[in-house]
Design a protein around this ligand. Structure first.
Ligand SMILES: CCCCCCCC/C=C\CCCCCCCCCCCCCCCC(=O)SCCNC(=O)CCNC(=O)[C@H](O)C(C)(C)COP(=O)(O)OP(=O)(O)OC[C@H]1O[C@@H](n2cnc3c(N)ncnc32)[C@H](O)[C@@H]1OP(=O)(O)O
Ligand SMILES: Cc1cc2nc3c(=O)[nH]c(=O)nc-3n(C[C@H](O)[C@H](O)[C@H](O)COP(=O)(O)OP(=O)(O)OC[C@H]3O[C@@H](n4cnc5c(N)ncnc54)[C@H](O)[C@@H]3O)c2cc1C
Length: 558
């Protein structure tokens, strides 16, 4: 759970080679990487810049006389900082640097760079590399720093699948300006399933424990109730169970789209890039945020024992919450999706609705009201309405500021909170729609019934959560919201008998969960005592600190 020093080798180094190195280059490097003869990482972020890639400072200047690139770290803020596995484990890196050819700055490009000797593992001359120190979590990964002192690499180490520098310095442009960002898009495409998995782990622990823990009464009776029978406990946990499934379904779709994109790009078709970038930017942001919230609620749902490391939920939280930052800070990525939404509104205003992609076509179609009692389809229309309303509102605000003479960037900044709200609503609509579609495709009728209950829970929970938007223009009435509330409570109770099966179906082993509270056999109390007894503080009855500090204090006459 704390990560693995080779994680980035698999998650980013190899995928960057697959997507960005030419076939010829990969004949040389990929097999070696796959066999782990060389170990690599993805070195992009710098001490001074992570979000704004166009301002990366590491330079790769082409020297036509030797046909080499000279990598250099001009100042302290240009040090690579954060890359996982960079500090100690990797002997190679895909380094993203600002490429300069014939004095022309050509923007961020990726290079394969050897950092350490393959035999001794010592860092090479011209390379400064090390670990950045302990972090909130992921402490089994050596996130590192890296500096170059006019370090030379062959021209052929520029990853040349999509763009090239010829020996004479002629630059051949890629088919899409952002094609070198593909390793990031890949990770973002995988993050919804990865985060769904973290959420699922925390929920398995909390739900299982909530059937072991008995405290208080609902009706006066002989035995105290399992805390899972409290409506508040169900409200805390069950909507997150639905989300863990929803995120997984949405993630399957983005992974499939990424694979499709890879194939299409190889045939020169880059049309999917903008759509997938917008989609994964929003999805990674919403999913990581909601996952972190869900895990924290799962911890609190375990009361005092949730706070103990024996629950293991704090570890899961630490790792999962990193996703709000890595692969693009969430606000920054929500604003990337917002660009796409605003452009869509501009297209509609220009009478070009026909050109809108399928995920944003709803922005052009107004709906006057919904009859929620007719079922999930009507909820989708309500989600579309709130997303459309907010997207138009935020876009109009931005466009009005522009018209009033504000500079584009200033107008954008002044509209950015509203824009991020639009991005979240659009993404939540996407999640609900993929959830609905995925459940419709389930063949087993009993499984479909349980998942349909979860879907109903999800849409009612979500609509209530975004109710202010729907009330704002009178789209939903307060009696409709009462209906949504009643439905929510109905589905909480309906899901209760299946809650343990729903989390058990994820099939985490005790070894994976590492949680005393979430044990499959439910023997929580005996094992909490055993876990406490194993604490290093309990190795001796009396600690050395008694003689050293406590006694002098207790015996002091002052
Ligand atoms: C839960 C973890 C899951 C991870 C799983 C990964 C997959 C693994 C699979 C299986 C393995 C499972 C095992 C899991 C084990 C887990 C182990 C631990 C994993 C830890 C992983 C940690 C990895 C972390 C790595 C990193 O963080 S790398 C660094 C990431 N950095 C960023 O993301 C930087 C963010 N910034 C940017 O991307 C860019 O700066 C920007 C914000 C996009 C802006 O770029 P730029 O300035 O160049 O462009 P703009 O001017 O803003 O826009 C101009 C137009 O370009 C369009 N655009 C931008 N980007 C793209 C793109 N990528 N594609 C297409 N188009 C793009 C933009 O939309 C603009 O268009 P316009 O039309 O509006 O003009
Ligand atoms: C666990 C972990 C693993 C990582 N692994 C890697 C790795 O393997 N390789 C790698 O290269 N990097 C890695 N990183 C770095 C990571 O990708 C960056 O930290 C991340 O992209 C955020 O960039 P930043 O640190 O520059 O944040 P900043 O941009 O400095 O963010 C600070 C604040 O500024 C705000 N902000 C910044 N720009 C804007 C804007 N335009 N509009 C509005 N608000 C803005 C942000 O929203 C945030 O609130 C990792 C980071 C972490 C935490």
């Amino acid at each position: 759970m704390e990560g693995h020093p080779l994680a980035l080798h698999d998650v980013m180094f190899i995928p960057a080679l697959v997507a960005q190195a030419s076939d010829e280059q990969n004949k040389k490097w990929l097999r070696r990487a796959q066999r782990r003869e060389i170990v690599g990482c993805y070195a992009q972020t710098e001490l001074g810049h992570g979000s704004n890639l166009r301002k990366l400072e590491t330079t790769a200047t082409y020297d036509v006389s030797t046909q080499e690139f000279v990598l250099h770290t001009p100042q302290i803020t240009s040090l690579k900082w954060w890359p996982g596995g960079l500090g100690k484990s990797s002997n190679y890196a895909v380094v993203v640097a600002n490429m300069i050819v014939k004095e022309k700055h050509l923007g961020p490009h990726s290079f394969l760079v050897q950092l350490r000797d393959e035999i001794t593992h010592q860092s090479l001359k011209g390379i400064t590399v090390g670990d950045i120190g302990p972090k909130l979590s992921f402490n089994a990964i050596d996130n590192g720093f890296l500096g170059f002192d006019n370090y030379r690499i062959p021209r052929t180490n520029l990853l040349m699948r999509h763009s090239r520098v010829e020996p004479d310095g002629t630059y051949v442009k890629p088919p899409h300006a952002k094609i070198n960002y593909s390793a990031m898009v890949r990770v973002r495409s995988h993050m919804a399933t990865g985060q769904g998995n973290f959420l699922a782990q925390a929920l398995t622990i909390a739900v299982r424990y909530s059937t072991v823990r008995r405290q208080g009464f609902i009706e006066s009776g002989e035995q105290e109730v399992k805390v899972l029978d409290y409506q508040t406990q169900q409200h805390r946990l069950f909507p997150s169970i639905a989300k863990a499934y929803a995120f997984t379904f949405a993630g399957y779709e983005t992974i499939r789209l990424y694979e499709q994109l890879l194939k299409e790009v190889d045939t020169g078709n880059v049309s999917l890039m903008a759509d997938l970038h917008a989609l994964t930017s929003g999805l990674k942001s919403v999913v990581t945020h909601q996952t972190a919230q869900g895990i924290e609620q799962a911890r609190m749902a375990c009361g005092g024992h949730g706070y103990s490391q024996a629950s293991y939920i704090s570890e899961i939280f630490g790792v999962a919450v990193g996703g709000c930052t890595y692969e693009g800070e969430n606000m920054v990525m929500l604003l990337q999706l917002a660009r796409y939404l605003v452009k869509s509104v501009e297209q509609i205003k220009a009478g070009e609705s026909g050109k809108l992609g399928p995920l944003v076509a709803y922005l052009a179609v107004k709906v006057d009201g919904v009859d929620l009692e007719k079922g999930v389809e009507e909820y989708m229309k309500a989600f579309q309405h709130v997303s459309r309303l907010q997207t138009w509102k935020a876009s109009e605000k931005f466009l009005k500021l522009l018209k009033s003479g504000e500079k584009r960037e200033v107008a954008w900044n002044k509209s950015s909170v509203e824009l991020t709200r639009a991005s979240r609503l659009h993404t939540r609509l996407y999640i609900a729609e993929t959830f609905k579609r995925s459940v419709q495709e389930v063949a087993d009728p009993r499984l479909k019934e349980v998942l349909t209950d979860l879907l109903h829970l999800h849409v009612n929970y979500e609509l209530l959560d975004m109710a202010t938007y729907a009330l704002e223009d009178g789209f939903l009435s307060s009696s409709q919201l009462d209906y949504v509330r009643d439905q929510l409570y109905f589905y909480l109770a309906k899901i209760r008998p299946n809650a343990v099966s729903l989390v058990d179906s994820w099939e985490f082993s005790d070894m994976q969960l590492r949680s005393v509270l979430g044990r499959r056999d439910g023997n929580v109390y005996e094992n909490l005592v055993a876990w406490a007894k194993a604490s290093p503080l309990n190795k001796t009855d009396v600690l050395p600190s008694v003689e050293k500090y406590l006694k002098p204090m207790m015996n002091s006459k002052l």
